[in-house]
Design a protein around this ligand. Structure first.
Ligand code: GSH
Length: 67
């Protein structure tokens, strides 16, 4: 499997949970820091990826996975 992008922030427990799972499953991933406190989840680009404006979001290619 090619690398996945994890959009999030270390301060976020849900981001850390997903990050731990990726590491446990040996899934190659890159953390893309989102400025959550500065409105980074409310930008048009982020809202297109996750209308619920929350991290974490996993992205594999163009396909976003959010909950
Ligand atoms: N349903 C999500 C919610 C995650 C969540 O609440 N993330 C917070 C940070 S810990 C967030 O992105 N807040 C930004 C916002 O609401 O704009 C989950 O449990 O994974």
């Amino acid at each position: 499997m090619s690398s996945v992008d994890l959009y999030g922030i270390h301060l976020s427990p849900p981001t850390r949970s997903v990050n731990l799972l990726l590491k446990t499953l040996n899934v190659e991933s890159k953390l893309i820091e989102v400025d959550v406190l500065g409105g980074g989840t409310r930008t048009p680009e982020f809202l297109a990826m996750n209308p619920q404006h929350t991290v974490p979001v996993l992205k594999h290619g163009d396909f976003p996975i959010r909950n």
